[in-house]
Design a protein around this ligand. Structure first.
Ligand SMILES: Nc1ncnc2c1ncn2[C@@H]1O[C@H](COP(=O)(O)OP(=O)(O)O)[C@@H](O)[C@H]1O
Ligand SMILES: [Mg+2]
Length: 289
């Protein structure tokens, strides 16, 4: 399809319904079952939009619950996607905000959904291999010296070659709940690989990024709630209240998660500085021995 073949949508008839770290979603009363997702300027060109769209279609082919994807459209110079709008939905993070007493329940739900996800066989002929992405990320991380790079590489090599699903942005804002049904959303980084990659990302959000006000605003959650969420998640996931070992493993994968970021999306100059600072800190903390 040529770039001009995508239909043009005029955003003035649409109103904002949701916001995530990457984009904004809109609804239009004339099309009540549709949702338009417009990414921020750094990822609103055809390639990233098409990647997220195509991967979402492929995820629904795996039998996982996810909103149906309809089509890619143009919004001025940018591209956006139209998908099924899930009515009366709330993300797990929104539920944590509205009903803080349900924080632990939401964390346990995410742990169970995460297990199901990892147990779902992925389409390895279509989706990328997370382990390969991680090795590539380590090889291209200029901030690491040769010895540290070799150490992290050796650790990643020990991970099982799992062909289960890996979300890539596994956190409570990316599961929405409606009428008792959960849906996975935000599937642009979907891949196959060991569940620890997703767990490392969640640890990053709940334990490393959580003190940042901007992060608390995006998730509508307080620092204390992020910590409660992690504790309940880890307890459910490991089946034990003593999850210190699991936390250290999750920390190792949080370091890998930061290193992976540039593989998903080229960071701006400032983002690169920010990511490098976290990468250095986490690598020192979790790959010291
Ligand atoms: N299909 C959908 N139906 C209803 N709401 C949705 C749907 N997809 C996303 N949303 C809402 O939009 C928000 C942002 O969507 P998301 O795809 O996670 O964007 P981002 O990439 O910015 O994180 C979600 O938290 C959710 O509230
Ligand atoms: Mg999201």
């Amino acid at each position: 399809m040529k770039q001009n073949d995508y239909p043009e949508v005029n955003l003035s008839a649409w109103s904002k319904v949701g916001e995530g770290g990457n984009g904004t979603t809109y609804e239009n009363p004339a099309y009540p079952d549709m949702l338009l997702k417009l990414n921020n300027a750094h990822s609103n060109q055809l390639e990233p939009v098409k990647q997220e769209f195509d991967r979402s279609v492929a995820v629904s082919r795996l039998g996982l619950p996810t909103p149906a994807m309809y089509q890619i459209v143009r919004v001025g110079d940018a591209y956006a996607s139209l998908s099924e709008r899930i009515r009366d939905k709330k993300s797990l993070s929104r539920i944590c905000h509205d009903e803080p007493q349900r924080t632990e329940e939401m964390a346990r739900l995410l742990a169970r959904l995460g297990r199901q996800l990892a147990d779902t066989p992925c389409d390895t002929s279509y989706f990328p291999n997370r382990k390969e992405q991680a090795l590539q990320a380590v090889d291209s991380a200029r901030i690491l010296n040769k010895k540290t790079r070799a150490k992290i590489r050796a650790y990643i090599e020990t991970l099982p070659d799992s062909t289960g699903c890996s979300h890539g942005d596994f956190q409570p804002g990316n599961v929405i709940l409606s009428g008792g049904q959960c849906y996975w959303i935000d599937l642009g980084r979907f891949a196959y690989g060991a569940p620890l990659f997703d767990i490392g990302h969640l640890y990053m959000v709940c334990q490393v990024y959580a003190p940042m006000k901007q992060v608390q605003d995006i998730f509508h959650m307080s620092l204390e709630q992020f910590h409660r969420f992690w504790d309940a998640f880890a307890t459910e996931y490991t089946g034990s209240e003593d999850h210190a070992r699991f936390d250290r493993l999750a920390g190792k994968h949080a370091a890998i998660d930061v290193l992976l970021r540039p593989i998903f999306q080229k960071p701006s100059f400032l983002e690169k500085i920010f990511l490098d600072i976290y990468a250095i800190k986490l690598v020192r903390q979790y790959f010291a021995d």
